[in-house]
Design a protein around this ligand. Structure first.
Ligand code: MRU
Length: 346
């Protein structure tokens, strides 16, 4: 059974601390906003769908101290502060803003009700989004599995499994579904420098599910494509613009270019909540930059001179021209994306 990366305990959130994997399966209970912000910023919980849903529960935590007879002004002030603080934690994954906006809109739509009722409605809303993410992933994974042939050799990048979502996963979920259907598969796992989501998290999840997998350094993917017959690449997304340009973990773009060169289908698996219809193209997607220490301080010790200048974007942008198709919870989206992506909403 895939793990539960986050659970709502009624007044606090329980998460797996992903920074400890694969050495320790350690849980954290979070009952205040500073701790939640730290957990998101430090990637204790990560992956676009997972940070969206954890932030939705964060809204409930941010207003739990508001007395039931407090005025609506007091409640909405606390709501706005919480939402604005959580939105700033990670800028690229649109699921975060999407989930927080959905929480705010729900509160607004119920403004005429009592403070206590609005607080209860928001918990129900977060739980509903949690269940929807679970169901969306299962549907998406079934569509994705349809693109994976028996005996497939697959390359994937960054973690997109149960750890990155409420349950099961997107790109990895598609692989899990194909595996459960009895297909024989072999997955080449990019280690995903600098924070090693592939090595630490994908290998852990794939091994737990009994899927045959081999870890490679990111710079080995080209040689693997040259030497072996790779059937497809499948990865996740943090934000997809209306024309299909996609931001995902740094290294995704190089994998897409390599796939094009080697004539390998390149699939992006993501729920509809990852599409940002307000952005026309990928250049408008904000790309998070991370601190130098994550590059300089690798593998438990310093691996570069102390004062090394570092450029560490957490994500890159893959042009839609390099993408074969999108796997979503509403089906497979094929080109021409300018026409087919807006149709998802119909
Ligand atoms: O920095 P991370 O680990 O949060 O980045 C995660 C990714 O890039 C994933 O591919 C993406 O969020 C999709 S997770 C289903």
């Amino acid at each position: 059974m895939p793990v539960s990366t986050l659970v709502w305990l009624g007044d606090k959130i329980k998460i797996i601390d992903q920074t400890e994997l694969p050495l320790k399966l350690k849980y954290l209970e979070i009952s205040d906003i500073p701790t939640l912000k730290e957990a998101i910023i430090k990637l204790r919980i990560r992956g676009a769908p997972a940070i969206g849903i954890v932030a939705a529960f964060g809204v409930c935590i941010g207003i739990k101290h508001i007395a039931k007879d407090a005025s609506k002004d007091v409640l909405f002030a606390a709501l706005k502060t919480t939402i604005s603080e959580l939105k700033q934690t990670r800028p690229t994954a649109v699921n975060l803003a999407w989930a927080l906006d959905a929480m705010f809109n729900t509160a607004e739509a119920n403004r005429q009700r009592s403070t206590q009722t609005i607080k209860e409605i928001l918990i129900t809303k977060a739980l509903q989004m949690y269940e929807e993410d679970r169901a969306d992933n299962r549907r998406l994974a079934k569509f994705g599995a349809g693109l994976i042939p028996n005996n497939a050799q697959i390359i994937t990048h960054c973690n997109t499994g149960a750890l990155a979502t409420v349950d099961f996963g997107t790109a990895l979920g598609s692989i899990f579904h194909a595996h459960a259907e009895g297909k024989k598969l072999h997955v080449w796992v990019d280690e995903t420098r600098p924070l090693l989501q592939g090595a630490r998290l994908n290998m852990w999840e794939l091994q737990n599910e009994g899927v045959d997998c081999t870890l490679i350094c990111d710079n080995t993917a080209a040689f693997v494509m040259q030497k072996f017959k790779i059937d497809l690449c499948i990865v996740g997304a943090d934000r997809i613009a209306a024309n299909g340009d996609t931001a995902n973990k740094i290294g995704t773009y190089s994998l897409a270019v390599l796939s094009k060169h080697h004539n390998i289908p390149f699939y992006i698996a993501a729920p509809v909540s990852t599409f940002d219809f307000a952005l026309e193209h990928g250049e408008q997607i904000p790309i998070e930059e991370r601190g130098a220490d994550e590059v300089i301080q690798g593998f438990g010790k310093r691996i570069a001179p102390k004062n090394s200048r570092v450029y560490s974007p957490a994500f890159d942008m893959t042009s839609s021209s390099l993408i074969t198709a999108f796997v979503t919870d509403r089906g497979i989206i094929n080109p021409p994306f300018e026409q087919t992506i807006p149709n998802i909403l119909c």
